[in-house]
Design a protein around this ligand. Structure first.
Ligand code: GDP
Length: 195
């Protein structure tokens, strides 16, 4: 994928703010701080289009990115931040649910998990949710540079088992800092988008 154009369209809170349907969308899900913004920035060769932050718990929004006027990345609000109220959690679920169940342009939801950790309850729920709406079940295991190749392979097995991933090839160890497997991720996305 040659990225010629990448821009943020909107940071949406309400459904009315979503851009019009008709352009295929790949959504990214995962806990806060897992590396969603870093993944987007790496894929589009930009340092800071998607906002990265060391602090979890930023405002819950759906961020829509236009890529080449061809498709969109949708950064879903992160979960798993301990210090949020039940009300905020409900708001999060409602927001994600609305997008996942109603969005016709949605082609695939990709789950990001930190390669160093065993997937948590929220990750499992999210993965089941993703599978239940008919997605392939692609998992990007982030921050792979923090582990050796050997440890990465071990953790891929853990993630495979814990999430119940059908095929090992669906889990991609990824590093934003080292750009590990950037091409592989693009290849999968190209297949999803049939480009
Ligand atoms: P988001 O909340 O999911 O969008 O996560 P961010 O992309 O903002 O990343 C959260 C933190 O993890 C930041 O401090 C990033 O620099 C760091 N991070 C993200 N990806 C990687 C990676 O591949 N390797 C390393 N070492 N750190 C990463």
């Amino acid at each position: 994928m040659l990225v010629k154009k990448a821009e943020i369209i909107i940071t949406a809170v309400k459904e009315e703010q979503y851009p019009p349907e008709g352009v295929p969308e790949i959504a990214l899900a995962g806990r806060s701080n897992v590396g969603k913004s870093s993944l987007i920035n790496t894929l589009i060769n930009r340092k800071n289009l998607a906002r990265t932050s060391g602090q979890p718990g930023k405002t819950q929004t759906l961020n829509f990115y236009n890529i080449n006027d061809e498709f969109r990345f949708v950064d879903l609000p992160g979960y798993g931040y301990a210090r949020v109220s039940r009300k905020e959690r409900e708001k999060w679920a409602e927001m994600i649910n609305r997008y996942l169940t109603k969005r016709q342009s949605l082609r695939e939801v990709v789950l990001l998990v930190d390669i160093r950790h065993s997937p948590g309850e929220h990750d499992k729920m999210m993965y089941d949710w993703i599978k239940s709406i008919g997605c392939t079940g692609i998992v990007i295991a982030t921050k792979a540079d923090k582990l050796s190749k050997n440890q990465q392979a071990k953790q891929v097995s853990v993630i495979l088992r814990e999430l119940g991933v059908e095929d090992r090839s669906l889990i991609i160890p990824f590093s934003a800092t080292k750009k590990q497997n950037k091409d592989k991720v693009w290849q999968l996305f190209d297949e999803v988008l049939e480009i």
